[in-house]
Write a protein that binds this ligand. Structure first.
Ligand SMILES: *Cc1c(COP(=O)(O)O)cnc(C)c1O
Length: 365
């Protein structure tokens, strides 16, 4: 094939050729911590020890890079392990970074509670305002870190504009693309230097595995990420990688259904008297709402929903509901990133939409 294959074709085939020895159409789970060498230093396919590299992991890294339109992919044991590897590769004591004023709680916690002890400073800015981001940049800024859409407020960044702001200041742009997925948004093509994923969410898609990934076109950054895969060891198991690859194959059909279901739910909620605000970027399954009745009404809704399971996380085939201020984003309480206490976050799954609508109607009665 001379042209780049389409998105769904890449999801199913990139890095996933039939096994040359047996013809298995799925990449085997290479449950091996070490690889025989043909004489000292004689590696057969570049594999020596599984913390450094493993064939199943390499398949996932190739596939995710292909979906993001990037040249290099690295898989990690969680989105936070990927975040940690990216930050520690790109920042040194004395450096500064800019993060969203509604960043994912875990990202904020890692920066605020850990990296600051190592001489890193940070400022916050709204992701949907490139001027505010430019104003938050200092001479020491080495990284501008954004999510788009953000978790849980679903604010959307103009990634190309933010990339220009970052690059003008000599800083690199990292985009956490967990919520949009490469199906809807490919940040590298918009000027980002690094794309991060919590593959736990839509890429895995079945709420059965925790993982993370980094993608870049920059060979030096990729080498630094690879150094930390080996040097710090936050790598996924071959079985976790297999589950993620299995989920990845159906990303496009799942995303179409998540979006269609979310659109119908947004229509119901927008007209509802109990709801004061509905936030949805127009794609994917994340919908955040605020209740006219405040925190008590939000708690009541979470309690009454039956098909929407009360749980953290998102992006799986099943619908979930949560209260960010008390659950996923509890670590932001009292900080600049505090989220409203009447905010309810829905992760709309791919069940029959009529059943989801009925569950929501009943919970708001
Ligand atoms: C979940 C999440 C993370 C962290 O990923 P884990 O796989 O839970 O470690 C990072 N960013 C966003 C936007 C997330 O939703």
């Amino acid at each position: 094939m001379t042209e780049t294959p389409g998105f769904s074709t890449r999801a199913i085939h990139a890095g996933q050729e039939p096994d040359p020895r047996t013809g298995a159409v799925n990449v085997p789970i290479y449950a091996s911590s070490t690889f025989a060498q043909d004489g000292v230093g004689g590696l057969r396919e570049g594999f020596e020890y599984a913390r450094t590299g493993n064939p199943t992991r390499r398949a996932l890294e190739t596939a995710i890079a292909a979906l993001e339109g990037g040249t290099h992919g690295r898989a990690f044991s969680s989105g936070m392990a990927a975040t940690d590897a990216a930050l520690r590769s790109m920042l040194r004591p004395g450096d500064h970074l800019v993060i969203p004023n509604d960043a994912y709680g875990g990202t904020f916690r890692l920066i605020d509670k850990v990296l600051t002890h190592w001489g890193i400073t940070y400022s916050v800015a709204p992701v949907d305002d490139p001027h505010a981001i430019a104003e938050a940049i200092t001479p020491e800024t080495k990284v501008v870190w954004i999510e788009s859409p953000t978790n849980p407020l679903l604010n959307v960044a103009d990634i190309a504009a933010v990339a220009e702001v970052a690059h003008n200041a000599g800083a690199k742009l990292v985009v956490d693309n967990t919520f949009a997925t490469p199906y809807y948004q490919q940040p590298l093509a918009l000027g980002a230097d690094v794309v991060l994923h919590s593959t736990t969410k839509y890429l895995g898609g079945h709420s059965d595995v925790v993982g993370g990934a980094l993608v870049t076109d920059d060979p030096e950054l990729d080498a630094a990420f690879g150094f930390l895969q080996n040097g710090a060891g936050g790598v996924p198991s071959p079985f976790d990688v297999f589950l993620t690859l299995r989920g990845l194959k159906t990303l496009s059909v799942r995303m179409d259904r998540h979006t269609a279901n979310a659109a119908a739910i947004v229509e119901l909620l927008q007209g509802h008297e109990s709801i004061s605000e509905v936030r949805w970027p127009g794609y994917a399954g994340m919908v955040s709402i605020r209740l006219s009745g405040g925190r008590e009404a939000a708690l009541d809704m979470c309690k009454k929903l039956e098909l929407f399971t009360l749980a953290e996380s998102l992006g799986g085939v099943e619908s979930l509901v949560e209260l960010p201020a008390a659950m996923t984003h509890a670590s932001t309480a009292g900080s600049l990133l505090e989220v409203p206490d009447d905010l309810v976050r829905l992760s709309v799954g791919i069940e029959d939409v009529e059943d989801l609508l009925e569950d929501l109607r009943r919970s708001l009665r």
